[in-house]
Design a protein around this ligand. Structure first.
Ligand code: GCU
Length: 335
């Protein structure tokens, strides 16, 4: 009875072409040699996540399906610090993380994210895509991580729930959430604020419950996390540009055959180009969206910006004493 049923189903499928088609598809399906994980702490539609999906798609295509990368967006594999730790033990294979968090493990990276280092986005990209950027990508040796490519993350700005920050005095004494980064804490302190390190996923409730008065981030993060709903005063001070980095676990990397490694690097670089385009578009959409929602946007005057810059200058001595020549070269690239 059962046999008859199956025969009937197959006959019907054959007539309509379904049964033979399904068999063919299975026959052609390539079994991956590696199924690897990728951690991303932003939402699925965020530019860096879009870059990650593009990366996974390119890798699958160019390795003929032999390497499959499963992107876990929305921070489902943990906050950035724990993702980095897990990667150092091979628990997670790939990720895109903020350079601030990474610099805690690789302090040299702080040089590339010093406050007010770049005049604008083009300046930063000239540096990252030139010999300096390549040299820093090579400096991951011994960290348990491989650097693949830079992603864009725009400029970071302060926002808060209390009042508009129009001058240096306004931020004095405010509790500001910062990333788990010594440089970020020092930056807030140098401006007279009280830094409160906190993981990204907790910032919304931190702002909502008044645990912190404010935070700092780029336009897309401010908008996509909904921080603007609970901290409506946003000041365009562009105190830092912190690029994102796409990384691989060295543990995983050493297991991947040489022939695939170059393909992966190439796909990472291509996905970075894609991410930068996505970024540009999302930056202005996010800004428009929060403006429409009634956020109060304050543009720091050039005089005040200079005061902010002066206040953080002593940090260069602390973080860049061994890299004065690199800082000089970076500054020269901005002229
Ligand atoms: C940016 C960055 C995140 C980071 C976050 C933060 O949004 O893309 O990776 O976690 O800043 O402020 O913690």
């Amino acid at each position: 009875m059962v046999k008859k049923g199956i025969l009937f189903l197959c006959m019907t499928a054959l007539i309509f072409g379904g049964c033979s088609g399904a068999l063919k598809e299975n026959e052609n399906e390539v079994t991956p040699d590696f199924v690897l994980t990728y951690a991303e702490n932003q939402a699925e539609d965020y530019p860096t996540s879009q870059g990650a999906y593009k990366f996974a798609e390119l890798v699958k295509e160019r390795t003929g399906g032999k390497i499959e990368i499963l992107v876990n967006a929305g921070g489902s594999l943990g906050d950035e610090k724990s993702v980095i730790e897990q990667m150092q033990f091979g628990g997670i294979d790939f990720a895109r993380v903020s350079m601030s968090t990474l610099a805690e493990d690789i302090p040299k990276l702080n040089v590339l994210q010093m406050p007010y280092l770049y005049t604008d986005a083009d300046h930063m990209w000239r540096v990252l895509e030139g010999p300096i950027g390549n040299d820093f990508l090579d400096s991951f040796q011994g960290s348990g991580l491989e650097a693949l490519s830079w992603y864009d993350a725009g400029a970071r700005n302060f926002y808060n729930s209390i009042k508009p920050i129009e001058k240096l005095e306004d931020i004095k004494g405010m509790t500001i959430r910062v990333q788990e980064s010594e440089l970020m804490s020092d930056t807030a302190r140098a401006l007279g604020a009280i830094p409160v390190p906190m993981i990204y996923g907790e910032v919304y409730s931190g702002l909502q419950t008044g645990k912190v008065d404010g935070a700092e981030n780029n336009w897309p993060s401010y908008e996509s996390t909904g921080h603007y709903e609970v901290a409506k005063y946003f000041t365009v001070d562009e105190h830092s540009r912190v690029p994102e980095v796409q990384i691989a676990s060295s543990y995983t990397w050493n297991k991947i055959p040489e022939e695939y490694r170059e393909i992966i690097r190439e796909c990472a670089r291509e996905s970075a180009k894609y991410e930068r385009n996505q970024w540009k578009a999302r930056e202005s959409i996010s800004r428009q969206r929060v403006e429409t929602e009634g956020c109060v946007i304050t543009q720091l005057s050039p005089e005040e910006k200079q005061r902010f810059q002066q206040a953080v200058m002593p940090l260069y001595e602390k973080y860049c004493a061994d890299y004065v020549d690199v800082i000089d070269q970076i500054v020269a690239e901005g002229r």
